[in-house]
Write a protein that binds this ligand. Structure first.
Ligand code: FES
Ligand code: FES
Length: 161
């Protein structure tokens, strides 16, 4: 077993993990942060995306021990300080960017990482960025729309589907 310590959503946490313990297991099982989902065992779905030191990372592809000392942010840390939804979360709600919601935490975390690096992405850039996130419900259209709306762009030209 190895001791790990990291900051998760602004709170310092620590624990004992096995060498093979994945970051997603540490967050879900060790910290009870079950908003980070596991949707596959092939590292393809993106439901597990979190931020590690500001970068979007699939938490099923990283060992908990590798995140030792890191700043980690999960979907539970995305709301505003007063508990209201962040701009991206609100845009998903306003533009119906979710149905079952299983992919949504990963989508929101990926969207936040995209907008940090590219504050006004084109529709093509959003679609390209989301290649690592699978949604089985929405057909992606409203997710793209929500992300573009969250970036402050006019989405009225993006036809409803
Ligand atoms: Fe991590 Fe699917 S659970 S990519
Ligand atoms: Fe169901 Fe995306 S909303 S998988």
């Amino acid at each position: 077993m190895t001791s790990v310590k990291m900051t998760v959503n602004g709170r310092e946490v620590s624990g004992e993990v096995e060498g093979r313990t994945l970051l997603v297991q540490f967050l879900r099982d060790g910290q009870g942060l079950t908003g980070t989902h596991v949707g596959c065992d092939t590292s393809q779905c993106g439901a597990c995306v979190v931020h590690v030191d500001g970068e979007a990372v699939k938490a099923c592809t990283m060992l908990a021990a590798e995140a030792d000392g890191a700043q980690v942010r999960t979907i539970e840390g995305m709301a505003n300080e007063d508990g209201s939804l962040s701009t991206i979360q609100q845009a998903f709600q306003d533009h119906h960017g979710l149905q079952c919601g299983y992919c949504t935490p990963g989508m929101v975390m990926s969207a936040a990482a995209l907008l940090k690096d590219n504050p006004k992405p084109s529709e093509h850039e959003v679609r390209e960025y989301l290649e690592g996130n699978i949604c089985r419900c929405t057909g992606y259209h409203n997710i793209v729309k929500a992300i573009m709306a969250a970036s402050g762009q006019d989405v009225s030209r993006i036809a409803a589907e």
